[in-house]
Design a protein around this ligand. Sequence first.
Ligand code: NDP
Length: 428
Amino acid sequence: MAAHTVYKEPAPIMDRENPLESMMSRFNIAAEILGLDDETYNVLKAPDKQVIVNLPVTMDDGKLRVFEGYRVIHNTILGPSKGGIRYDKHVHIDEVKALAAWMTWKCAVVDIPYGGAKGGIICDPTTMSPGELERLTRAYTLALKDVFGPDRDIPAPDMGTGPREMAWLMDEFSKTVGATSPAVVTGKPLVMGGSLGRTEATGRGVMVSTLAALKKLNLKPTDVSAAVQGFGNVGSWAAKLLFDKGLKIKAVSDISGAYWNADGINIDEAIAYKNAHNGRLEGFTGATTMDADDLLTSDVDVLVPAAVEDVITEHNARDIKAKLIVEGANGPTSASADPIINEKGILVVPDILANSGGVTVSYFEWVQNRQGFKWTEEMVTERADRIMNDAFEKVYQTSQKYKIPMRIAAYVVSIDKVAQTYKFRGGF
Ligand code: NDP
């Protein structure tokens, strides 16, 4: 009996603003501006499909443990659904639903032919062995084999997953269909169909949209300072590429704390330090330490939150000094902070626009897999930069036309595209 004890992680209690409610409050404002009809509103306000799976996994100690996993398909009117898979002990179905809807809006805003989805498993990947993670990933893939597919639903990495998990997923899915199927998932290792330029794509998109926004504010990159919260994939690449463009990066942070240098941090040195010290900035001598929360309200021109959700709230928004916020993370600003930020006249490049460089290059990976042809890095970055700049301009012009913040403008652009497609396709 002991070897077969079955138990589930308890569902976490959400102690922050519900991301689904945050997403819906912005969606509602945009829907009203557009005069969205009731029928389309009702279709879009809820996901198309929500799948909950129980995943039995034999752990290294021989005991069987059952994990709860989710896949939420928000919408597929524009194409197969696309979205990452998160492994985290705080995964919550409402969060997955919000992230799935954000993927619909994100793909629509950059005009790529995908719908939106997201997945997650309640687990703590930091305490699991590679073998346990592999068995969990394969169990999840098998449970969702009828949901996933290159023309149906295409997963990708998110927090707690990376190229390794995507390789297992691709392998397991390929076995179930009896053919190698690289286009079922993106974010794969380069040797097995991953795309050049994917690793830095999200940070690069943050850099491109920051430069576009600075131009609108009549600011020269070399006259501007910035703070970047989070020094993982998105934060470190955004910081590095902005640093290369001449911005003075005065503050960076990770879970170990925040680091400040009024003369500017050498980001190449910070990345080299992090790589040599277990992926952490702790002990970095090119800056002094500062209170982690103070980074968000520090004296800089540009703020790039690139870590977790809900860090800019009604409690600290009033103290933000930056003129420009570029959201590398998904949902870093809670809805309750929006009116304060707008009142202060801060320009916000919202998450669904600013971090869409990642899904754009994921789309390129899928296209290359289907073409059976590999693009050069120049082709990838040139095309991705063009898409980011076009999307930025479209959202900016929409914000000017309706006299609304860029966040709501991004929703207006996306919802309009989806609603128009419903009208042409018909069929309710
Ligand atoms: P990573 O796990 O690579 O990096 C997250 C970073 O945030 C790490 O440096 C981590 O520190 C740090 N961090 C975590 N909690 C805090 C905190 N409370 N304060 C300060 N720093 C913190 O994730 P990604 O960079 O991939 O993702 C970051 C965000 O960007 C997420 O919201 C994700 O959904 C979003 N995003 C990512 C995309 C991508 O392509 N990767 C695409 C679009 C959006 P430590 O390393 O010390 O743990």
